[in-house]
Design a protein around this ligand. Structure first.
Ligand SMILES: [Zn+2]
Length: 284
């Protein structure tokens, strides 16, 4: 008898707790809906999210693997991974630059979203009311919903792995050295690689520009000054038909030579190309 009563009481208590929980849950749900339907801040956040979400929710990854094999252990040990990395970055410059720019653009978008969302929170939260809720309850629910709906930081990751490996004959031993870059490291490395590339391009450009200064007029001046003779072996087209004269930089442009008359000389083709009587020694 007593056992049966206890059972009924326990069962009743459980039902009461369940009912209370369900009621509380239902009331909270209704309150949330009420707040969501009337809050200016939440409404603005939903609109803001709709603008930014398509861009921020996409997942972005950069995955690059560059492996090189060498045929001796010694080569593996002295292999310059850093230089290899730069070369790989050069060779995939366009692809990597595009991806890095996409990621940076998205971080910029996210930071813009954050500042607008924060402004909305500061100015908008606590402005709206409902007759059916106390202001405090309203504000608490509004704040909760607001921070729950704020978009998270975009998910993006980068992993660039450069490796060099060596496997001994018959595959008995395998060795590997590698370098792994995160997104920030990749970005820094890429900037360095780009600067090196730019410097090389500038050098090539400046040399070409120096070469272009040797105009037809300058050529004619140099040859006239040198008496239309090779300054090295003395041949001249005036005496030996078939001789071709070149205008040559005494100090090569690659070594800092300029296209001034003082640095230019007349040479026959053979001497200029290093086939002249006195050989390579003369050539600058
Ligand atoms: Zn010559």
């Amino acid at each position: 008898m007593s056992n049966g009563l206890e059972g009924i009481l326990l069962g009743g208590a459980i039902v009461a707790v369940l009912l209370a929980t369900a009621t509380w849950w239902l009331v909270t749900l209704l309150h949330r809906r009420m707040v969501a339907a009337t809050s200016f801040a939440l409404d603005s956040l939903v609109k803001l999210n709709a603008t930014f979400a398509p861009d921020l929710k996409r997942r972005q990854r950069i995955r690059l693997n560059f492996n090189t094999r060498v045929n001796t252990k010694a080569k593996l040990d002295r292999y310059d991974l850093q230089a290899h990395l730069r070369e790989c970055l050069f060779n995939n410059e366009y692809q990597i630059a595009t991806r890095i720019e996409e990621m940076l653009a998205r971080l910029a978008t996210y930071s813009e979203y954050c500042s607008r969302q924060e402004e909305l929170g500061t100015k908008g939260l606590g402005c709206s009311h409902s007759d059916r809720l106390t202001d405090e309850r309203y504000r608490n629910i509004e704040k909760q919903l607001f921070f729950k709906r704020v978009l998270r930081a975009p998910r993006q990751s980068a992993r660039v792995r450069v490796s060099v490996s060596y496997t001994s004959p018959k595959g008995r031993n395998s060795y590997e050295r590698h370098l792994t870059l995160s997104f920030d490291q990749l970005r820094d490395e890429f900037e360095v690689a780009k600067k090196i590339r730019a410097r090389q391009n500038t050098t090539v450009f400046l040399r070409q520009q120096e070469r272009n200064k040797v105009t037809m007029k300058i050529r004619a001046q140099v040859m006239a000054r040198d008496g239309y003779r090779c300054r090295h072996c003395g041949v001249s087209p005036n005496h030996d038909p078939g001789v071709v004269l070149h205008v040559d930089h005494i100090t090569p442009i690659s070594k800092g030579g300029k296209s001034d008359l003082s640095n230019l000389q007349t040479l026959c083709q053979d001497c200029n190309l290093g086939k002249g009587a006195q050989g390579m020694g003369f050539l600058s």
